[in-house]
Design a protein around this ligand. Sequence first.
Ligand code: NDP
Length: 284
Amino acid sequence: MGKILDGKAFANLRAEKLKEKVKDLKAQGITPLFCVINVGDNKASKIYVRTKKRRAESVGIIQKIYQLPEDEKEEDLLALIDKLNADPKVYGVMVQLPAPKQINVDRVLERIDPEKDVDGLTPSNIGRLWQGNHFVEPATADGILALLDHYNIDLKGKDVVVIGRSNIVGKPVAALMLERDATVSILHLETKNLSQYTKNADVVVSAAGQAGLVTADMVKDGVIVIDVGINHVNGHLVGDVDFDSVAPKASYITPVPGGVGPLTVEFLMEQVIKLTRRANGIRE
Ligand code: NDP
């Protein structure tokens, strides 16, 4: 049975350290404040926004939520972003995705001031990430790398397969692992034969959003498995990986829930603090 990579415990450990950083900022008269804009009625988005707010409050960060209607005009959303960009008390701005179809997501993300871009999704921050010159890192990817470091798992020379190529998860995970000298393959829906890649992988990261996608016959003994997927099956939360069959073959594996999920929220808060400190000229 593989060793469990306990994302929840690690996130809680990090949160304690983060609280100290927040205290230091407050002692200097600086209040970390970030804004989350949610457009429309997507149920999952509303839950994510609330989860973030709870976490923010628990470490002393203020999260302001702008809940906008489903038929919000793009120009009004852009005007709100401009206003938050210009407000010196706001250190982070993010737009919860997905957005309704009248909104051009690329245009909206591009409008966020890269120095307040807590999600790391503006073109300049994505470019910096691939250059190895990060300003901010997408939280899920950053959290996964930190979790591997915490368990002393070195990626150098390892063959890594990332299933999924979204800007928010798959691509940044691949970029950060490449930077750690892993050899990375990125798989997607047009990949002809997933097994051909996963069977040879030392590390499999699944960020597809499909329950039961990765099964025991697709991985080799000793594989390290990072399950990013969040799927609801018969009222239960499950990942992309068939945990019961894969765990016995793995050397390390993240559970769902309790693996990557808690890291995402924690590392988002860490980006907020990083941007707040930088905006106030405080060194890392
Ligand atoms: P997207 O839907 O944006 O991307 C999914 C990616 O997976 C796409 O690139 C898609 O390929 C690929 N994919 C889907 N099905 C398959 C398949 N059967 N075989 C190969 N590739 C496949 O999702 P996100 O990246 O936003 O999220 C991915 C999953 O991670 C979701 O379950 C989401 O809920 C979860 N998530 C979890 C987080 C956490 O904290 N644990 C944080 C963020 C997301 P293609 O590009 O060809 O369409």
